[in-house]
Design a protein around this ligand. Structure first.
Ligand code: ADP
Length: 245
């Protein structure tokens, strides 16, 4: 059997796609629908809930969010491997994009009583040479982690600093931190630190691996500073000009 006839490859919209990635893609819709239904139930749209019902639904909501995040990780990984042309770079206005991405997390932060603020030290016209989907994939992963690995009420601050060569985005939390001995492994595919597993049992350990690939793929860097029990700050840079190759 030739490679094209393999049952693992099917044709979608004229393009060959891997069967697994199509299934993963299809999983996103029902998961998102479940999210909105649970959210409506939790906000009392179908009647007032008793304490026990609310507690169980909140658990479902959290579990569903984790499943959505894993699906997103797999989709991002897939896009990276496919070297998708949707990912072509061009000048992007960074401050407005960061603000929009952060606003998508306000409900989740509120759910955990977390104040999520944006400290921008750049004018609104500042541009980077990238792609909004790449920046979204990086920042969403870092924000998801910051919320997941924070305790109820811990604040999270996003910052933006620019220089002529690059813009640096920071995500600072006061959560569980990363044990020093494990910090060297944190960008490795499927690695999860011991304290993270204790704190949040689910997680694929794929997010930061993807973040690093995307950031470095566009000529940027990603790193962090962390102290166990005190918190973590992630930094990533995006060049302001097209990388000269
Ligand atoms: P996941 O969150 O699914 O486990 P990631 O690749 O996003 O996978 O992160 C890898 C590991 O890095 C996490 O399991 C956790 O140990 C650690 N980590 C990432 N972000 C944070 C953070 N903000 N605070 C504490 N630990 C973190």
């Amino acid at each position: 059997m030739s490679k094209d006839e393999s049952p693992k490859n099917i044709i979608v919209g004229g393009k060959k796609a891997d069967f697994t990635s199509i299934l993963v893609h299809r999983l996103r819709n029902p998961l998102t629908e479940t999210k909105w239904t649970l959210s409506a139930l939790l906000s009392g749209d179908y009647g007032i809930l008793n304490e026990e019902q609310e507690k169980s639904l909140k658990k479902c909501y959290g579990g569903n969010d984790i499943a959505i995040s894993m699906v997103n990780d797999l989709l991002n990984l897939d896009r990276l491997k496919a070297n998708n042309t949707e990912y072509n770079d061009s000048p992007v206005k960074i401050a407005g994009l960061v603000e929009t991405i952060i606003s998508g997390f306000s409900a989740r932060a509120k759910h955990k009583n977390i104040s999520l603020t944006f400290d921008r030290k750049t004018d609104t016209g500042e541009t980077v040479y990238s792609n909004p989907e790449k920046i979204r994939a990086i920042l969403e992963n870092l924000l998801e982690n910051a919320i997941n690995y924070s305790l109820v009420g811990d604040p999270i601050e996003v910052g933006l600093v620019s220089s002529p060569q690059e813009v640096t985005v920071t995500v600072k939390d006061k959560g569980i931190g990363i044990p020093e001995a494990e910090q060297k492994n944190i960008f490795t595919e499927f690695y999860r630190a011991t304290n993270a597993i204790r704190h949040e049992r689910s997680g694929a350990g794929l997010g930061l691996y993807i973040v690093k690939k995307i950031a470095e793929g566009q000529g940027g860097k990603v790193w962090f500073e962390s102290q166990e029990g005190k918190g973590t700050t992630f930094f990533f840079t995006i060049p302001t000009n097209k990388a000269v190759s």
